[in-house]
Write a protein that binds this ligand. Sequence first.
Ligand code: AMP
Length: 213
Amino acid sequence: MNIILLGPPGAGKGTQARRLVEERDMVQLSTGDMLREAKDSGTDMGKRVADVMARGELVTDEIVIGLIREKLEGAKGGGFIFDGFPRTLAQADALGELLSEEGQSLDAVIEMRVDDDTLVSRITARSTCGNCGEVYNDQTKPIPADGRCTSCGGTEFKRRADDNEDSLRTRLMAYYKQTSPLIGYYHAKGQLRAVDGLGEIDDVAAEIAAILD
Ligand code: AMP
């Protein structure tokens, strides 16, 4: 089963994708994570996208489609969770083509709905474990007092450079202008399902599970 988690920054796509990886043995394909890895390891592509990402704008379709193509080519079994991809109509078309070239299909697109105020407060309070990526929130899920990640025991935590109010405004605008048309695109294909992304992590996970089952 291959699915897309669609929603604005802070909707909980990464958190839910991690749950699905643990519980269903699916594979998370996050273009944001791939681009951050390229940036951190200093590849040419990483250097080219660093400023664009810091500003909160979208990197080119060509780059992200190339990243996804590499992961899908020759992949066996499927079970992909597309997290943060596609973000434009051109990317959505390319994904459809790549999947059909691999003899695979898209089973569901899950739109995670969250209001803007919640997105801003989640993102500005967000940090992650530097080792396993577990997500923390200063208010609702603070880093434990002993400074150890609840998931892996790691002791280093980081905040994303683009999790600040200026970049976030640009990221939200990019979502509404360039990504939200995908809601209509997948609705028209009969593949769109929406969940309320405002609930507790377990409740959102249960809604997603009900759709997948
Ligand atoms: P994310 O971790 O999904 O919030 O992505 C972080 C940043 O990476 C975005 O603000 C964009 O600059 C870039 N990015 C990630 N995925 C894509 C994509 N599918 N298309 C264009 N840019 C992307």
